[in-house]
Design a protein around this ligand. Structure first.
Ligand code: AMP
Length: 542
């Protein structure tokens, strides 16, 4: 990216400066155009060509330089093209974190085909939906998805094996490409679709989210910029690369010529060992990982870290405090989604306030609106809407869902409820709109109740849901994970909540639970909790 806007937009106070500049249309447009410029394969190739010998990635026990990764991308691309994969075609990519997965990803991009990202734990039924919905005719996949995808495609497509380390399978990608002709990145428009991600689909079928090169580049560039990502940085993370959060770390590394150590799954000992021995400067994690990190009893030297970033789910202030004590610095929270990319972040300099996700990233506009899409005053709760070059333009082949998800002018309805602080404009995310509890006709925002519960010393973590109730329509039910082994005195907890919240927000029931059910990104699976609360109702008082 050339011709970056001046340092006044970079910080200190990057986001505030950006907000001021939003008034000046010429600057705003120029910045957005620069954030979106180019394509992923070209941008990665340019950085690799500048300094090919720099280490890029350590993953699955293998370490490669930017030049070696670029060469792998070229050979995978060349081989795929040789097998007839054309620009615009869909190719499923499904596996755990490995060098093969990254090479496969970069190779598909190089052909101009669209990467269909699939989580490695998807069932055959879920994979079938992705294949049929995307129209993919081939896949790069790791066991056990490899077998499932082979049976889904039958004779109508082909599947190549992604492996970790030395290839063992006859159909392995690395064997296949050993004599492949390298492919140069092609000329392409930045609004071409690079990736088809799928929503997690907790309600209904997962929806396809087409993301263009411009969407993906502007999303990560704005964050890199705000976080001062530099070639000297070393990122460590253990997030799945099949999700935008983990994949964004690889994008940042390849765009900056820096280095990343990516684990396949989180193990606190291995993670901390990597932070210490690699002198990591940045870590990416979700709150569920930070929870396990603070519980870990080992010791590590975290002094090299300059940024501990959290996102994908709400970070409780109590956990944020524990992480700050452990790492000797405050966590930097950021907020985003598959559809809207990275959108909001605590500023690099300036206060990082636990539980608040911060200010819009450069290039992003944010508003909080009521049910009719009218802007609300700071301090009022409403739906968070976003606009910017990183926001997708609509779900694949779903015009109705797309229409419902946008307001006029390209404002994406995130489905998240939030409020902007009247003092400093920081955004708080209070929950998903579909998680809103309507009890006795009044709105209860689960996160508000959870924060009060988590403020009690006997509570480590809480999740609040609405369970069907004849009397209230929905009743507020709190699931609490006790801090330590002593359990929770629910009478004392009820008093604690009553002192702080209006009666209609106070849980009617408290259910103690060892661990909250979560998905692989650490998001609490509230539908499971609602089912558990319903079962308890059916079972009656014990
Ligand atoms: P995904 O599309 O899987 O990335 O999920 C996006 C959703 O995760 C958002 O719409 C929010 O509901 C939630 N989310 C992401 N980041 C945060 C955060 N920092 N705090 C609270 N919720 C978050």
């Amino acid at each position: 990216m050339t011709n970056l806007p001046g340092p006044d937009l970079l910080a200190p106070g990057a986001a505030e400066a950006w907000l001021r500049h939003l008034g000046e249309e010429a600057d705003a447009e120029r910045l957005r155009a620069e954030l979106s410029e180019g394509t992923l394969p070209r941008a990665f190739h340019q950085v690799a060509a500048r300094d090919p010998g720099r280490t890029a990635l350590t993953i699955g026990g293998e370490t490669v330089t930017h030049g070696e990764l670029d060469d792998l991308a070229a050979r995978v691309g060349g081989w795929l093209q040789g097998r007839g994969v054309e620009p615009g075609e869909r190719v499923v990519l499904c596996g755990g974190n490995s060098l093969d997965l990254v090479a496969g990803y970069l190779g598909i991009l190089r052909t101009g085909a669209v990467v269909v990202l699939a989580g490695p734990t998807l069932t055959e039924h879920e994979l079938r939906h992705l294949v049929e919905n995307s129209g993919a005719a081939c896949a790069l996949a790791q066991d056990p998805a490899l077998e499932k995808l082979s049976s889904i495609f039958g004779d109508d497509g082909f599947v190549v094996a992604l492996e970790s380390g030395e290839p063992t399978s006859e159909d392995s990608l690395r064997r296949a490409i050993s004599d492949g002709e390298p492919l140069e990145p092609r000329d392409a428009a930045s609004d071409e679709v690079a990736l088809l991600a799928y929503t997690s689909g907790t309600t209904g079928q997962p929806k396809g989210v087409p993301l263009s090169h411009a969407n993906l580049l502007s999303s990560i560039r704005a964050a890199m910029w705000s976080w001062r990502w530099a070639p000297e940085d070393v990122l460590v993370h253990a997030l799945p690369l099949s999700h935008q959060h983990g994949l964004g770390g690889v994008h940042a590394t390849l765009l900056s010529g820096s280095r990343a150590v990516v684990h396949d799954g989180f193990d606190p000992g291995a993670f901390c060992e990597a932070v210490e021995s690699e002198r990591a400067t940045i870590i990416f994690a979700v709150p569920a990982i930070y929870e396990r990190l603070v519980e870990w009893e080992g010791e590590a030297d975290y002094s090299s870290l300059r940024l501990a970033i959290s996102g994908s789910a709400a970070l409780s202030p109590a956990l944020a405090r524990k992480v700050s004590e452990l790492l000797g610095q405050d966590v930097l929270e950021r907020y985003g989604s598959t559809e809207s990319g990275l959108s909001v972040s605590n500023p690099y300099e300036g206060p990082r306030r636990p539980g608040l996700v911060g200010l819009p990233l450069p290039g992003t506009e944010l508003a909080v609106v009521d049910d009719e899409g009218r802007c609300l005053e700071p301090g009022e709760d409403g739906e968070i809407v976003l606009r910017g070059p990183q926001v997708f333009s609509g779900y694949m082949d779903l015009p109705d869902a797309t229409r419902e998800s946008f307001y006029a002018g390209g404002w994406f309805r995130t489905g998240d409820i939030g409020r902007v602080d009247p003092e400093d404009d920081y955004l708080t995310v209070t929950g998903r709109s579909k998680e809103l509890i309507i009890s006795g006709g009044l709105n209860v925002y689960p996160r508000e109740v959870e924060l009060v519960l988590e403020d009690h010393p006997a509570v480590e973590r809480a999740a609040v849901v609405g369970a069907p109730s004849e009397r209230w329509g929905e009743e507020v039910v709190a699931f609490v994970v006790p801090e330590g082994g002593d359990g929770v005195d629910t009478g004392a907890l009820a008093d604690h909540v009553r002192e702080r919240l209006s009666a209609y927000k106070c849980p009617k029931r408290f259910i103690e639970i060892g661990e909250l059910p979560r998905n692989e990104l650490g998001k609490v699976q509230r539908d499971e909790l609602v089912r558990a609360a319903e079962e308890e109702t059916r079972a009656g008082p014990s």
